[in-house]
Design a protein around this ligand. Sequence first.
Ligand code: SF4
Ligand code: SF4
Length: 305
Amino acid sequence: MLDTTSIRKKSLELGFSACGFARAEPLPLNDLFNDWLGKSSHGQMHYMEKNIDLRLDPGLLFPGAKTVIPLLASYHTEEYTPAESLKVSRYAVGRDYHRVLKKRAQKLIDWMSGEKPGLKARIYVDSAPIMEKEWARRAGLGWIGKNTCLIRPGEGSWFFLGTIITDLELPPDLPEDRDLCENCTRCIDACPTQALHPDGYLDATKCISYLTIELKDPIPENFMGQTDYWLFGCDRCQEVCPSNRFAKETTIQDLKPKEVFNGINQQMINQMSHDEFEKYFSGTALKRAGLEKLKQTRSFLYPND
Ligand code: SF4
Ligand code: SF4
């Protein structure tokens, strides 16, 4: 029988940590998001300005949409700790999560279609304008913390998000309406570049993840000495979050770190050829930045080497 219980059970069998259900209705335009765009806090991520109507209405993205099914997949692992001298964000050390999550979510859809022939469903993993975290919150999977991450009570925030939209009508879960950050400000206090604001606002143009991945230009000199040796991404606001004390190790082998990441150092990046870049980082998220960007960031971190 195809219902929320059986879909949840199947998603766990496929390695997901959690799955929830929300009614596929249009989302109200969030003032914070509007303000964020208005202040150009998205920097060069111009795609954020586009398709706002699609971003807010799953019915426009997927005609006939009845239910949104957010999926969480843990990438927490004790097998990798970023080196002090050159750090790669934990999310990037396994196989590229887009492929890993899509493959598993497609298996879930195939199974659902077997149970209910004719059902229509599609998986999105950063592949369309979708407010993934808001849908996950609406489906009761967690709250959105002051570090702007989706945080699952008792499990933390080291999760990838995927979203299935389907024409299958299913009873929605209760949304997570609590703000469980309460009076904590650890992430705001720990952010090396003061990118986080107390109201849950992230100025992406100051965020190290943006500076080391999305920004096409060299990192501006005013950030010199502030980016805490992050070569690709930044985990600081999740590292300090007390909710992550309870994070569970991922069960998805493809998300475990590739061996190369435990030995990464500045000389290695400095001397790396394109062939070596392919050999070491093919199939990982580092391909998104490219070798030139990595070298540029390394030089920014170690200007005298
Ligand atoms: S990822 Fe790093 S730079 Fe960005 S908000 Fe978090 S702590 Fe600040
Ligand atoms: S560090 Fe504190 S304020 Fe920041 S997200 Fe975690 S619980 Fe919320």
